[in-house]
Design a protein around this ligand. Structure first.
Ligand code: NAP
Length: 322
């Protein structure tokens, strides 16, 4: 079978497409035939060997944690799925940028017939992150006002859909007109462009209390200082994405009893992850969660996908088709 392999940290070009032997499911494991693999920014950090993820690179390795596909075979003791089941993959033992991937049985979850394989590849990291940020970190509730900074990306769109369905007032930021249309369609009450100089003021002015209960932050190194100024009393910022350092005035947090909450999906305790997947399966079934696939590329174009996922002008997810 074909599989992308990385033998050294570096740019997108270090990803090589190779012919390898097929994985075999041992006890408690599942082999999934990958119909589509999701491309996430974290895949590029792992490939590049960026700090925090460095320990995860045991060479050669295959990138990718997300996929949509069909169970091909199961090992002894697997009772959650059977061959032929449609599944979304949430983490993998051998990486998902491949024709087949080996998972433990708790890394595969049912994919409703109404959700395509490409959409299935756009589920785990985006939806689990958005859900965890909103409910397990910020403890957001119906009636609260949420600013989603970076609403046109994978995590942002998921957050817009989930927050809207949960009864929150949703304001999103985007960088393009195309992104704005998408975020409006997916449920935001109001959308602003984060390239406009006064966008945060305009967004805050749109709310009842001139500020937000919750901010989901996809680029904290740019926005965190300003975020604190537009929180209401008791407000919470969840730092989801960050690519550098930032200066903040702690007084802005102090005067509002505000909280800055970090999160990494990879830190999620097992019991909370189970709860996240229960919510995701229900959300996919009901149609509250509708993954948006913006671009489909072939597995041979993995390097191009890694370049594109870090470029401005996000529009849903990029997926790779083996
Ligand atoms: P993505 O699909 O590439 O989307 C990135 C989003 O950020 C786009 O909406 C983009 O908008 C927006 N953006 C660009 N400049 C911005 C600015 N100045 N202010 C606010 N937003 C801006 O990425 P993703 O998959 O949604 O992930 C978003 C971030 O969260 C990434 O940094 C990722 O590594 C991180 N992440 C972290 C976790 C975790 O566990 N902590 C999990 C998943 C993702 P335009 O392109 O339209 O400008």
């Amino acid at each position: 079978m074909k599989q992308i392999r990385v033998y050294e940290f570096g740019g997108p070009e270090v990803m090589k497409l190779e012919e390898v032997t097929e994985p075999v499911a041992s006890s408690g494991q599942v082999v999934v035939r990958v119909h589509a693999a999701g491309v996430n920014p974290v895949d590029t950090y792992i490939r590049a060997g960026i700090h925090n993820y460095r320990d995860r690179g045991k060479f050669p390795f295959t990138p990718g944690m997300d996929a949509g596909g069909v169970v091909e075979s199961v090992g002894e003791g697997v009772n959650r799925v059977k061959p032929g089941d449609r599944v979304y993959v949430a983490g993998s033992l051998t990486g998902t940028y491949a024709e087949k991937t080996l998972c433990n049985q708790f890394q595969v979850h049912p994919l409703p017939d109404s959700v395509s394989y490409a959409q299935g590849a756009a589920v785990f990291i985006p939806y689990a992150t958005a859900y965890r940020a909103l409910f397990q970190r910020a403890r957001a509730v119906a009636g609260e006002t949420v600013l989603i900074h970076g609403a046109s990306g994978g995590v942002g769109i998921a957050a817009v859909q989930i927050a809207r369905a949960a009864g929150m007032r949703v304001i999103g930021t985007v960088g393009t007109e195309k992104g704005k249309e998408l975020v409006e369609t997916e449920g935001a009450h109001f959308v602003v462009n984060h390239k406009d100089p006064d966008y945060l003021k305009r967004a805050a002015a749109y709310t009842n209390r001139n500020g937000f209960d919750v901010i989901l932050e996809m680029l904290a190194n740019v926005n965190l200082g300003k975020d604190l100024e537009v929180l209401v009393a008791g407000g919470r910022v969840v730092v989801i994405g960050n690519r550098g350092t930032v200066e903040i005035n702690p007084r802005e947090a102090m005067s509002r009893d505000a909280s800055i909450l970090g999160m990494s999906l990879l830190n999620t305790p097992a019991n909370e992850l189970l709860s996240i997947h229960a919510a995701i399966v229900a959300g996919l079934e009901s149609g509250v969660m509708r993954p948006i696939v913006g671009k489909e590329l072939h597995l041979t174009e993995a390097a191009e996908a890694h370049r594109l996922v870090l470029e401005p002008g996000a529009y849903g997810k990029i997926v790779l088709l083996p």
